[in-house]
Ligand binder design. Structure first.
Ligand SMILES: Nc1ncnc2c1ncn2[C@@H]1O[C@H](COP(=O)(O)OP(=O)(O)OP(=O)(O)O)[C@@H](O)[C@H]1O
Ligand SMILES: [Mg+2]
Length: 331
């Protein structure tokens, strides 16, 4: 029998209220991740990937009022409705994270070793000496050579790739069951991107963690993730096992994203095959399919009602497209 999911998100909606505007960047999204599994969340900029993962953990910037509905169950506990002190017990401990903004991740004026050890002291109640030893182990774990010397250095003394390895070590310091990695390779050189992605995948498997890998790049998904959620304008357009979705994408948006992956055989200097058009703004409610204005297949029905997710193939893939799903029942 398959185990219960470690993280189970059900019909999650997030409203953001700022001084200037009200937005719904996450609108009724459901997915789950089991221990030892990697889920990729993919979509263009602004589709809600970061908010969907971090708002339920109370990790929105100050000055933004957040209202959640639906359910986010982690390791048997409901996170929606928990107070800030209760959420804090999960953050950095049973749920580790790597933030999208690489500049915010490390303190520029503190030595690397102290920054890692502090996390072990905080989350695992370790003594100073035990935490220092753990910092050394973690730096070795993330594949850094000459670890003892590195621990004495400051962030600016390290290359981008080494800095990201340190960020990963800090994320692992509390021995998380779930690691949320938000665009962990975007800020890096292409060759380093592949190394960091391989490291994350390797650690996820060795430590038997669940991992949520957020990316706007379909290209990183193939070797790394078991399942995928394709987000478009605050909603899931398609979700299912990566091998099915990448090989046989159903939703026109998923097809467009896959088509935009640069190919080896593309001639140098060939035009980037991006998706034409831009995603909608999220200020006003969208009645039908949010992708319809950019979709070659769109028919009148697409703009009428919100398309439900409908099972495709053997039922393990869900697709929200009225054209693809014609005549099929919703999930
Ligand atoms: N702090 C904030 N204040 C106001 N609006 C916000 C805030 N954070 C996110 N949003 C809005 O919520 C929507 C979703 O943002 P989110 O950061 O989750 O997108 P994303 O998919 O992670 O994009 P990217 O790929 O650029 O990181 C966007 O329209 C964004 O402008
Ligand atoms: Mg983001």
């Amino acid at each position: 029998m398959r185990s219960e999911p470690l993280l189970s998100v059900n019909n999650l909606t997030v409203d953001l209220l700022t001084a200037k505007s009200a937005l719904r960047p996450v609108d009724g999204v459901s997915y789950s991740v089991r221990q030892g599994e990697c889920l990729a969340i993919v979509g263009e900029s602004g589709s809600g990937k970061t908010v969907m993962n971090f708002a339920p953990l109370g990790l929105m910037p100050t000055g933004v009022a957040t209202a959640l509905s639906g359910s986010v169950k982690f390791d048997g506990r409901e996170l929606v409705g928990l107070s800030e002190p209760e959420l804090r017990k999960f953050r950095g401990k049973s749920i580790g994270f790597i933030f999208q903004d690489p500049m915010s991740a490390l303190n520029p004026v503190r030595r690397i070793g102290r920054q890692i050890a502090e996390m072990a002291e905080l989350h695992l109640n370790m003594t100073h000496a035990a935490a220092e030893a753990r910092a050394l182990d973690l730096v070795k774990l993330v594949g850094i050579s000459d670890p003892a010397a590195r621990l004495r250095q400051y962030p600016h003394e390290l290359s981008g790739g080494l800095r990201q390895r340190i960020v990963i070590a800090i994320a692992l310091a509390g021995e998380p069951k779930l690691l949320i990695a938000d665009e962990p390779t975007t800020a890096l050189d292409v060759t380093v991107q592949a190394q960091i992605l391989r490291l994350l995948k390797d650690l996820q498997q060795r430590l038997n963690m669940a991992m949520v890998l957020i990316t706007h790049d379909m290209g990183v998904v193939a070797g790394a993730a078991d399942n995928i959620v394709v987000m478009y304008a605050a909603r899931a357009a398609e979700l299912g096992p990566v091998d099915r979705v990448l090989v046989n994408p159903r939703h026109p948006y998923t097809k467009g994203l896959i088509n935009a992956i640069p190919r080896r055989e593309d001639p140098i200097g060939s035009e980037f095959r991006g998706l034409p058009g831009v995603p909608p703004t999220l200020g006003a409610p969208i009645k039908g399919c949010a992708f319809a204005p950019r979709c070659d297949l769109a028919v009148a029905a697409c703009s009428a009602n919100r398309p439900p997710l409908v099972p495709a193939l053997d039922g393990r893939v869900l697709v929200a497209c009225p054209v693809v799903n014609q005549g099929k029942a919703a999930a």
